[in-house]
Design a protein around this ligand. Structure first.
Ligand SMILES: C[S@@+](CC[C@H](N)C(=O)[O-])C[C@H]1O[C@@H](n2cnc3c(N)ncnc32)[C@H](O)[C@@H]1O
Length: 384
């Protein structure tokens, strides 16, 4: 065990520890414990998640210094310990009488596999919020029909983890606009509060009173007092604050433009928006040069959707945001899988103006006047 303690500590010090899982508790009073790096806390820390037989999960943070000894001491009460690190992996089997069998294997150089399977939320672990939202059953199994949603939530959390450098260290203010059932808000709250250990407030807004009331009741059941649900029109209902992160998943048609424009006006540091049903341009395009495309209704709809999102990105750039588009989730899960990621950046005025000129020129050529342009007209004039 001494060798394993040293190897594990060396990996943790180098931030190479991926996961340690303890399972098969001899006393059956704990279901399992997992240890993963909480990489975004100020001091290097390890998140300990202790899963209890009643489905609850208790969270604690351990300092990296001395963590191997502490984890392996805890492992004495468990039949099996699985270690996964960058440099090596190991399985420790322990009999009730204390006999040990340790088998070493290869490490994993990849911290995040490209297929996105290195999830922030582990499949098979019960998360109370996912059970309340109908994604997992009472034992923590993801319902067959909700596998796509589970993948989507995990992928979204990975995208959020990528923008952490653009967010404040603590007291992160998040808005989820057109939140509907608020899957993302619950997941994001869990991630910031319990995985990263940060203070976070999440305000979720939607017009549907019944959905908002249901989500508020879940937040109350979970005791998540930083998660707020507001029934109302997005920008009339948000708090009077500068948001750090504005989220929006599948806000229909020009509701996405309202979200993007409002987020820009309120100075959001990061915007993550996955648009849907981009109908606006389809009804506006009047461009003889493109008639060979627009005479086919399906092609016209697809062209309008791509142009809508490309123009949104260009306008965000003109407003001072560095923009990337990503495949949000597997196209087999949903065809609406484009994600616009915009991070506030210091973009020289010349480049912003050139982007705006290009935008206006393309719109003129298409014969289109997108809603987002008029919503941001005052902002663009003031910030020139
Ligand atoms: C397609 S649903 C998406 C819900 C959720 N984000 C999701 O992906 O599961 C769009 C939501 O936008 C809401 N919505 C549309 N316009 C809105 C507005 N102006 N203010 C607030 N909510 C709005 C609708 O009530 C609906 O719940």
């Amino acid at each position: 065990m001494q060798k394993l303690t040293e190897k594990l500590q060396a990996e943790a010090d180098a931030r190479g520890l991926l996961r340690v899982t303890l399972s098969g508790h001899f006393g059956k009073t704990v279901k399992k414990i997992s240890y993963t790096p909480a990489t975004h806390k100020k001091e290097p820390s390890i998140l300990e998640e202790r899963f209890m037989p009643d489905g609850k999960a208790l969270h604690a943070f351990l300092p990296v210094k001395g963590c191997a000894e502490r984890i392996l001491k805890e492992s004495e009460s468990f039949r099996q310990t699985d270690v996964s690190a960058v440099g090596f992996s190991a399985v420790v089997l322990r009999s009730a009488k204390g006999a040990l069998h340790i088998k070493y294997g290869e490490g994993s150089e990849e911290k995040r596999k490209p297929d996105g399977k290195n999830y922030i939320l582990s499949p098979g672990v019960k998360y109370d919020f996912l059970t309340l939202l109908g994604i997992q059953d009472a034992s923590g199994r993801v319902h067959d029909k909700r596998q796509g949603k589970f993948r989507q939530i995990n992928r979204f959390l990975q995208i959020v983890s990528d923008v952490l450098p653009s967010l404040p260290e603590n007291e992160v203010k998040i808005w989820d606009l057109c939140c509907g059932k608020s899957y993302l808000s619950f997941a994001v709250y869990y991630y910031f509060r319990y995985v990263l250990g940060k203070d976070v407030s999440v305000h979720c807004v939607d017009l549907k009173a019944d959905v908002i009331a249901e989500c508020a009741s879940y937040a109350e059941k979970l005791g998540w007092d930083g998660l707020h649900f507001i029934c109302g029109d997005i920008f009339k209902a948000v708090p009077d604050e500068r948001p750090d992160l504005v989220l929006s998943l599948h806000a229909c048609d020009t509701a996405t433009d309202m979200v993007l424009a409002g987020a820009v006006q309120r100075g959001a540091r990061v915007i993550l928006s996955s648009p849907c049903c981009q109908h606006e341009l389809a009804s506006q395009i009047n461009c003889p040069e493109l008639s060979y495309v627009t005479r086919e209704p399906i092609l016209k709809q697809k062209l309008a959707a791509v142009l809508t999102d490309a123009l949104r990105c260009r306008l965000l750039y003109a407003c001072g945001y560095k923009v990337t588009t990503l495949e949000f989730t597997d196209p087999e899960d949903t065809p609406k899988n484009l994600m616009i990621r915009a991070e506030k950046a210091l973009i020289p005025a010349k480049l912003r103006e050139a982007a705006l000129a290009e935008y206006d020129n393309v719109c003129a050529g298409l014969g289109a006047k997108p809603a987002m342009r008029s919503l941001l007209s005052d902002f663009l004039t003031k910030t020139r």
